[in-house]
Design a binder for this molecule. Structure first.
Ligand code: GTR
Length: 317
């Protein structure tokens, strides 16, 4: 017993040096990847060089569906993904991807920066993840090749790529389109070859992926503001000391603030770049799109807890 206790004292968890592998599907200079690098600098500094974060961007560790699973089992330590591909894994998190839930970026920030945001991050834990922070992702809108989308009817029968998420499949089906769930890295080729007619994403992703070259009409439906989320695998977390956990949480919160500033500039730059390259931006009456979303809410907002969460999010001013 005495020997065991002495060994434990000699090697407290906080003294164990570690490289944390972080996965991100976006490219090296995308704001989420920049935020992970920033987090890595804080962690290295504040742990006196004991810990470091190695960022694998551009899907080097795989597509989101796979990296989420690998993070769950502890093969990847940190993962920055959109909440939508988490929909089958952490149902509470999927609430933030519900269509037309957030009224504005300010509403989203007020919800995610407050107690509801903390509650949603905490909901990751029973599923093998520690929710560390949310990052901005703007609003997602549809973009298409060929005929532009001006009304819900223009989506009828069109093949639209969605993230690998049942909720996103349902959203697109509710608009009468054919949902094609594909990993992010396959969308460019699918658009280029005409396997799909369109996809949906925020401005920076539409630009950075080059999708604007094939799908030249961007229709401002802004149908979801599904945020990005940074999680740590519970396995890595369990090996951290209390002070190291607090350090990670603090560094993640600061990286979210850093990212928010980068994001605003990046959105504006992306809008300017795609319009300069000839993409047309189409404004629509959103009401018919909102009205079409009832089946999505009927299917995914079922339990009393989820209903209550949606109500509380809507009640945030
Ligand atoms: C982006 C998001 C990625 C990924 C991608 C997609 O906006 O940053 O994490 O989810 O969308 O559509 O697959």
């Amino acid at each position: 017993m005495a020997f065991v206790a002495a060994v434990a004292l000699l090697s407290p968890a906080s003294a164990v040096a570690r490289e944390f592998r972080a996965a991100d599907t976006q490219s090296a200079d995308y704001p989420t990847v920049q935020a992970l690098e920033f987090l890595g600098r804080l962690v290295a500094e504040r742990s006196g060089g004991r810990h470091s974060v190695r960022v694998f961007h551009s899907r080097q560790l795989g597509e989101e569906k796979e990296t989420i699973e690998q993070t769950r089992v502890g093969a990847i330590d940190l993962n920055r993904s959109n909440v939508a591909p988490f929909s089958g894994v952490v149902p509470t998190a999927a609430v933030t991807a519900l269509p037309f839930l957030f009224r504005s970026p300010e509403h989203l920030h007020r919800v995610l920066d407050g107690p509801i945001g903390a509650e949603i991050l905490a909901a990751f834990e029973p599923h093998g993840f520690i929710g560390l922070c949310f990052y901005d992702s703007g609003a997602r809108s549809f973009y298409t090749r060929g005929q532009a989308i001006r009304t819900v009817a223009d989506l009828k029968g069109r093949r639209i790529r969605v993230q690998q998420s049942d909720q996103m499949v349902a959203l697109v089906q509710a608009l009468g389109a054919v949902a094609v769930p594909l990993p992010y890295g396959q969308v460019g080729t699918a658009l280029g070859t005409g396997i799909i007619d369109g996809a949906e994403n925020n401005w920076p992703s539409y630009f950075e992926t080059g999708h604007f070259r094939y799908a030249k009409s961007y229709t401002l439906t802004e149908h979801t503001m599904s945020p990005e989320v940074l999680v740590m695998s519970k396995k890595a977390w369990d090996e951290l000391s209390g002070p190291d956990r607090a350090m990670f949480r603090q560094a993640a919160a600061e990286s979210a603030g850093y990212m928010r500033k980068l994001w605003q500039a990046r959105e504006q730059d992306a809008i300017a770049a795609v319009t300069k390259a000839g993409a047309s931006v189409i404004e629509v009456d959103k009401q018919p799109f909102i009205d079409a979303m009832t089946p999505v809410y009927d299917r995914f907002v079922v339990s009393p807890e989820t209903r209550d969460l949606v109500r509380r999010i809507q009640a945030v001013p």
